[in-house]
Ligand binder design. Structure first.
Ligand code: PBG
Length: 313
């Protein structure tokens, strides 16, 4: 057994410093405290600035891949500067660096996207040609697929910044993950939750993952008590789907796995960024079939799409 956690020093929880990241780190700490009867003093929350946090002026898709928000945190984990790292699974690459494991999933929050607007109640209420703010390739493509008349503008920043942009009239509506709003105790700003039938969420939306060193058996034992089995099955299927699509920031991809009785149901969708085409599919299987279902569904969509679709040609 190899561990830097010896129960005499606090367990160091690495996280980004955004309000949502901090809420997720606190949720992880609270669950560990409850599961093991530990006091808050047994934990230390260590805020780590990532390259993604430094880049605020450009759309993320111009800057580069998903690792932007995780690289520095994973380096700290490998270096032993922290003992666990808490992440939004939606932002995580499908492959972890050698020596790290990301298999502890907390019980999933609401998976839906939230429709946020000061004037309108839902997408259907938006007038012809309305301006909507979103920097998410997936949300932009899904919206344009359904409503080609709408205009999209880039929208980044935290919830307060986005609300100010709505008040300033930069756009009349925007989208946020319902999970993030709930974790920030701000679900009240959502005018409606958008059904996954209408807007299939991002792979792993609403899921928090806790990463650790592969050889840290003491930490693995601690985390085993807070991992949620059903969430892990769902995320495994969704991320297998994403991995097979080689999901890059350039490709709008949506995927959602749900459990119904003893069945695992996976839905997936890929779109052209301008919304001119959407290809979707569904797989159903036993709980253990998630990874195979994810790969199969991705292959089906790729075959339907034909060469060039994912490259945007
Ligand atoms: N890409 C940013 C990001 N990563 C995770 C969340 C929200 C929480 C979640 O989806 O789990 C968000 C913001 C958003 O999409 O509104």
């Amino acid at each position: 057994m190899s561990s830097s956690f010896d129960q005499t020093a606090p367990l160091r929880i690495g996280t980004r410093g955004s309000p949502l990241a901090l809420a997720q780190a606190h949720e992880t700490r609270d669950r560990l405290m409850a599961a093991h009867g530990l006091p808050a003093a047994a934990f230390e929350i260590v805020v780590i600035k990532t390259s993604g946090d430094r880049i605020l002026d450009r759309p993320l898709k111009e800057v580069g891949g998903k690792g932007l928000f995780t690289r520095e945190i994973e380096e700290a984990l490998l270096d032993g500067g922290i003992d666990i790292a808490v992440h939004s699974m939606k932002d995580m690459p499908t492959i972890q660096p050698e020596g790290l494991v990301l298999d502890c999933l907390l019980p999933r929050e609401d998976v839906r996207d939230a429709f946020v607007s000061l004037e309108y109640g839902s997408i259907a209420d938006l007038p012809q040609g309305a301006v909507v703010g979103s920097s998410s390739l997936r949300r932009r493509a899904q919206l344009l697929h359904r409503r080609p008349d709408l205009q999209l503008v880039e929208f980044r920043g935290n919830v307060q910044t986005r609300l100010k942009k709505l008040r300033d009239g930069v756009a009349v509506a925007t989208f946020l993950a319902m999970a993030g709003l709930r974790r920030l105790d701000m679900a009240g700003i959502a005018r409606s939750g958008i059904s996954p039938d209408e807007m299939l969420p991002a792979v792993a939306q609403g899921a928090i993952g806790v990463e650790r060193r592969a050889d840290d058996d003491a930490v693995a034992g601690l985390l085993a008590a807070i991992g949620d089995g059903p969430t892990a099955l769902r995320i495994e299927a969704e991320r297998a789907f994403l991995a097979r699509l080689d999901g890059s920031c350039q490709t709008p991809i949506a995927g959602l796995a749900e459990l119904a009785g003893d069945r695992l149901i996976l839905r997936g969708e890929i779109l052209r960024p301008d919304g001119s085409q959407a290809i979707s599919g569904r797989r159903e299987g036993a709980f253990g079939d998630g990874p195979a279902m994810g790969r199969d569904l991705a292959e089906e969509l790729l075959a339907k799409a034909g060469p060039g679709f994912l490259a945007g040609h």
